[in-house]
Each structure stands twice: as C-alpha cells, then as structure tokens.
Design a protein around this ligand. Structure first.
Ligand SMILES: *[C@@H]1O[C@H](CO)[C@@H](O)[C@H](O)[C@H]1NC(C)=O
Ligand SMILES: *[C@@H]1O[C@H](CO)[C@@H](O)[C@H](O)[C@H]1NC(C)=O
Ligand SMILES: *[C@@H]1O[C@H](CO)[C@@H](O)[C@H](O)[C@H]1NC(C)=O
Ligand SMILES: *[C@@H]1O[C@H](CO)[C@@H](O)[C@H](O)[C@H]1NC(C)=O
Ligand SMILES: *[C@@H]1O[C@H](CO)[C@@H](O)[C@H](O)[C@H]1NC(C)=O
Ligand SMILES: *[C@@H]1O[C@H](CO)[C@@H](O)[C@H](O)[C@H]1NC(C)=O
Ligand SMILES: *[C@@H]1O[C@H](CO)[C@@H](O)[C@H](O)[C@H]1NC(C)=O
Ligand SMILES: *[C@@H]1O[C@H](CO)[C@@H](O)[C@H](O)[C@H]1NC(C)=O
Ligand SMILES: *[C@@H]1O[C@H](CO)[C@@H](O)[C@H](O)[C@H]1NC(C)=O
Ligand SMILES: *[C@@H]1O[C@H](CO)[C@@H](O)[C@H](O)[C@H]1NC(C)=O
Ligand SMILES: *[C@@H]1O[C@H](CO)[C@@H](O)[C@H](O)[C@H]1NC(C)=O
Ligand SMILES: *[C@@H]1O[C@H](CO)[C@@H](O)[C@H](O)[C@H]1NC(C)=O
Length: 426
C-alpha cells in the first residue's frame, strides 16, 4: 500500500478547492477528477464494479448513494454538500486513495459497510454525524476532527496505522483500540471531557501525544521511538509498566488530577525528561529504573519524593523545583557522583536551594557569558535572592546547603534546552 504523509486540514481543503467540474460521463474511467452534483450523476457510474479516477461529490444533494461500485481506483471526496443528510456506498471494498468527508453540515449517516481498505480517511467538520460505518482492515492515516461522533469504534479493528489523530470531537467518550503499531503519530486532543482510551495491544509507536483525556491504558506499550507526551489531561493515573524506552522526549505536564505515574520498566529517555505542574503528583516513584536521559531533566511541582535512584547519565542540565517538603540530598549525591553531566544543576524546595555551575572550563564560561542576556541573569538572581531569604527565616534545618549562598546559576544555556524541549512538544 502506498505510504502517504498525513494531510493537514488546510491541505485537504486546498486540494478540494481546486477540484475541476467535469461532468460525469457514462464511463467507468473518470479521468483524474470528476464532480457529481446530483444522484443522476452517480447513477451513471453505479453499474461499474471499478471506477478509475478521483470522484468528488458536492452541491445540493439531499441523500446520495453509489450503488454497486466495489472499488475506487482513486479518491472519493464528499464536501460542502450542505443538504446531504445521508450517504451510502455499501458495496465499495477498496479505495486506493483517500476517503474524505468534509464540511457536511447535516450529514447524519455515512455507510461504507464493505470498506476494508483505504489509504487515508479524513472526517473533518461533520457536526451532525451520528454513524460512520466500515469494515476497515487496513488504513494508513486516520484523521477525525470536529465531528459529532460519539464513537470511533469503526477503527477499532485496525492493527497498524501511520497516523491516528482524533481531535475536537466533543461527544467522543471512549475508544478501545486493537492497534499494535503506529508508525508515525498517535494523537488525541480536545475531545469529550471524559474520554476513556484503551490501547492495550499497542507495542510500538513512533510518537504519542495525549491531551484532554480522562483515562488511558497502554498495557503492552514497550517502545516509543520518538516523543511521548501527556499534557493537560484529567488522568488520575498513568500506568505504562511495560514501557522500556522513549527515543526522544518524555513529558508529563499540567495533568491536574494525576496522582500516580508508574513507568516502572523505563530505562532510557533519548531526549528531555519533563514532569511539570501536575498538582496532585506528590510521590514521583515510578521512574526508579531510568538510567539515561539524553537531554535535560526538569521536574517541577508540589512533590515530596522523587526516586531517580538508577540514574547514571543525564546529558543536559537538571532542574528540580518543588514547592513541597522535598529533600534535595539524594539528587545532590547523584550530581556529585557525576550522573548529571549537563552544564547546570539546580535543586530548590520550600526551604533550601542548591545551584551548581558544572561547566567552569574557560570555553564553557566564555560561551555562557557571551550568550547571557541582562534579563535572564537578572531573573535568576532575583529567584535565588528570594529563595535564600526564605531559607534564612526558616528553621535551622540540617538540609540548609552551601548552595543557598548567593551562587548564581548560569541559567541561560540550561533554560534554552528546557525551552526548546517544551516548545517542541506544544
Ligand atoms: C458544473 O458544470 C455544469 C455545466 O458546465 C454546471 O451546470 C454545474 O452547475 C457545475 N457544477 C458546479 C458544482 O460548479
Ligand atoms: C487523483 O488525484 C491525485 C492527486 O490528488 C492524483 O495523483 C491521481 O493520479 C488521481 N487519480 C487518478 C486515477 O487520476
Ligand atoms: C459551498 O457550497 C455553497 C453553495 O452550496 C457555495 O456558495 C460555497 O462557495 C461553497 N464553498 C466552498 C468552500 O466550496
Ligand atoms: C465523567 O465520568 C465519570 C464516571 O466515569 C462521571 O462520574 C463524571 O460525572 C463524568 N464527567 C463528565 C463531565 O461527564
Ligand atoms: C513524530 O516524530 C517525528 C520524528 O520521528 C517528528 O518529526 C514529528 O514531528 C513527530 N510528530 C509529532 C506530532 O510529535
Ligand atoms: C498497571 O498495569 C499492570 C498490568 O499492565 C497491572 O498489573 C498493575 O496492577 C497496574 N497498576 C496500577 C497502579 O494500575
Ligand atoms: C525513530 O526515530 C528516529 C528519530 O529519533 C527516526 O530517525 C527513525 O526513523 C524512527 N524509526 C522509525 C522506525 O520510525
Ligand atoms: C490546558 O487547557 C486549558 C483549557 O482547556 C488551556 O487554557 C491551557 O493553555 C492548556 N495548557 C497547556 C499546557 O496546554
Ligand atoms: C520489562 O521489559 C522487558 C523487556 O524489555 C520485559 O522482558 C519485562 O517483562 C518487563 N518487565 C516488567 C515488570 O514489565
Ligand atoms: C508550569 O506552570 C507555571 C506557572 O503556571 C508556568 O510558568 C510554567 O511554564 C509551567 N511549566 C510547564 C513546563 O508548562
Ligand atoms: C503542596 O502540597 C501540600 C500537601 O502535600 C499542601 O499542604 C500545600 O498547600 C501544597 N502547596 C502548593 C503550593 O500547592
Ligand atoms: C518534611 O519531611 C520530612 C521527612 O521526609 C519530615 O521529617 C519533616 O517533618 C517534614 N517537614 C515538614 C515541614 O513537613
């Protein structure tokens, strides 16, 4: 099957806007592009078992059907047919190109009951759709955006896809998938408030980003080749106990209800490792096997424990910032043992602050002074000042470290790494 890149919404709309209006002749070969604007147009080709060419259906149709066609050697696009309430093509088994349904404001039912194979499916802006049925076995790219679908179970039989992107479907509540691999990206965002997902057969994915998801299980996921992000979800727990490796960054950010993150088999993170702003995540004890981090580590939030006891190598800097009662001692030990090799180490909590400039070589310091801007060094000295002021007024805890002395952090290059990772994710 042809391997295609995902079409963005604008690319899809752009392609359709260029559709030529050639009337449909009574032939099974449509040429590169033909447009049907009435059922009578479709009737002319309904006797064909295979139609060759790209077919667009648009205009003022109330309902439409493509009767006995079994294969479309091309793409089928139905768009901007604002009176179309139902469409069926129940004999079509295979579409070699794309199936696009776009801007169909009153379409409630689209039936492709025999469709097993298609390159891409794009369902975009279908505010009334209640049912979309297929018998799908193979597809490369699935994009479902801005629809009224409550379920995408039609895709639940797929084992492999390249892109699976489900966004802005406000009524979607749950999806149980049998996907085993995702060769490009798996993305869910801005769907129903309570979306529950299960990807328990998924073993390998290139990258995964979930937003606005209420619960998810990845019971078999072993490898994420590129990045893995959980951002702004209402997940109470994250249980990825089979996950062994993330090739690029791992981000767990702004999940307000997350209280448990279990990544107990994870040993390697190829890029940045960010755990930030998860207000309920107090005990970060699910990363105790992580040995290597290829980028920077940034852990911020109101946590009181953080177990990184297997950590052997962090190529970037490290920033640990807790508003809770957190001891930096274990991390300081890791840093002094050489496990954190990047150019800065900062550990702060409500009581003490430790900052160490690691790259004190002449090349390192000249580089950082050359790039350091007035505003960023000003910010970091203010932050240090307020932290050390509160440490002076707090109890004479034995945790108070030498780092609380005004020792400035060369924040520029380190923050650059963090910012780059964060931007790449958002
Ligand atoms: C297509 O062309 C025919 C004749 O040229 C015209 O009657 C029809 O309105 C056109 N349809 C669209 C959608 O432009
Ligand atoms: C259908 O359109 C695509 C471009 O969108 C083109 O590459 C392809 O050749 C067309 N198919 C046929 C059968 O003409
Ligand atoms: C959609 O169809 C209406 C007529 O039904 C037409 O006026 C409008 O230009 C079309 N929009 C696009 C984007 O093709
Ligand atoms: C979400 O689902 C839970 C049960 O799973 C239910 O108690 C809650 O009310 C739902 N919230 C919304 C906004 O639908
Ligand atoms: C997925 O990973 C590839 C690198 O393999 C990257 O180029 C792409 O931008 C990523 N996509 C998303 C949505 O993260
Ligand atoms: C996590 O999932 C494993 C199986 O994949 C299960 O045995 C374990 O109980 C789960 N833990 C939590 C906290 O849900
Ligand atoms: C895995 O990700 C890397 C980038 O980190 C990319 O170059 C490579 O092609 C990906 N592998 C597969 C099988 O997609
Ligand atoms: C989280 O979602 C809210 C609203 O849904 C949005 O305002 C905020 O920017 C999002 N935060 C992130 C980190 O994406
Ligand atoms: C951890 O992953 C390895 C494969 O990398 C697997 O053999 C092992 O069963 C996993 N352990 C747990 C506790 O999931
Ligand atoms: C965490 O929240 C703070 C304050 O809301 C914000 O400045 C910071 O950028 C957030 N961190 C991340 C990684 O989103
Ligand atoms: C941090 O969590 C503790 C409870 O563990 C709570 O008392 C405190 O108010 C929280 N602080 C912030 C800044 O949320
Ligand atoms: C902070 O936690 C330690 C144990 O880790 C405990 O002994 C101490 O009392 C706690 N301090 C506060 C202010 O909660």
């Amino acid at each position: 099957m042809q391997f295609k890149k995902a079409l963005t919404v604008s690319a899809v709309l752009g392609a359709s806007a260029l559709a030529a209006n050639s009337s449909i002749a009574s032939s099974c070969s449509l040429g590169s592009q033909a447009t049907a604007t009435a059922q009578a147009d479709l009737d002319k080709i309904s006797g064909c078992s295979t139609i060759v060419g790209n077919l667009t259906i648009t205009g003022d149709l109330g309902s439409a059907a493509l009767a006995s066609v079994q294969e479309i050697d091309g793409s089928l696009t139905i768009y901007n047919a604002t009176s179309l309430s139902s469409f069926s093509a129940d004999s079509v088994k295979k579409i070699t190109g794309d199936l696009n349904l776009k801007q169909l404001t009153i379409l409630t039912s689209a039936s492709f009951g025999s469709l097993q194979e298609v390159d891409s499916i794009n369902l975009i802006t279908l505010p009334a759709i209640a049912t979309f049925s297929t018998d799908l076995q193979n597809a490369n790219n699935i994009i479902v955006s801005d629809t009224a679908l409550e379920s995408v179970e039609g895709f639940s039989t797929l084992k492999k896809v390249s892109v699976f992107n489900i966004n802005n479907n406000k009524y979607l509540t749950s999806f149980q998938s049998s996907l085993q691999s995702v060769s490009d990206s798996l993305q869910f965002s801005s769907n129903g408030d309570n979306t529950t997902l299960a990807f328990d057969n998924l073993v390998w994915a290139n990258n995964i980003t979930l937003r606005d998801v209420n619960s998810v299980s990845f019971g078999s996921l072993q490898t994420v080749n590129a990045s893995l992000g959980f951002i702004n979800n209402t997940l109470p727990t994250l249980n990825l106990t089979q996950l062994n490796k993330v090739g690029q960054s791992l981000s767990i950010v702004s999940n307000d209800e997350l209280s448990k993150a279990a990544f107990n088999n994870l040993t390697a993170i190829g890029g940045g490792f960010i755990i930030a702003n998860n207000t309920q995540l107090k005990d970060i004890d699910g990363f105790s096997k992580v040995q290597t981090v290829g980028g920077a580590v940034d852990v911020t939030g109101n946590f009181s424990t953080l177990d990184l006891s297997s950590l052997k190598s962090v190529r970037g800097g490290a920033n640990f910032d807790s508003t809770g009662n957190f001891s930096c001692n274990a991390l300081k030990k890791l840093q002094s043992n050489g496990a954190i090799q990047g150019d800065s180490f900062v550990c702060k909590n409500g009581i003490t602050s430790t900052s160490v400039q690691l790259s004190s070589t002449s090349s390192g310091s000249s580089k950082s002074s050359a790039t350091s801007s007035a505003s960023s060094s000003g910010d970091s000295s203010n932050a240090q000042a307020s932290v050390s002021a509160s440490s002076n007024s707090s109890s004479s805890s034995s945790k108070k470290s030498k780092g609380a002395a005004p020792e400035l952090v060369p924040a520029t290059s380190f923050m650059g790494v963090i910012a780059a990772v964060a931007v790449a994710l958002l």
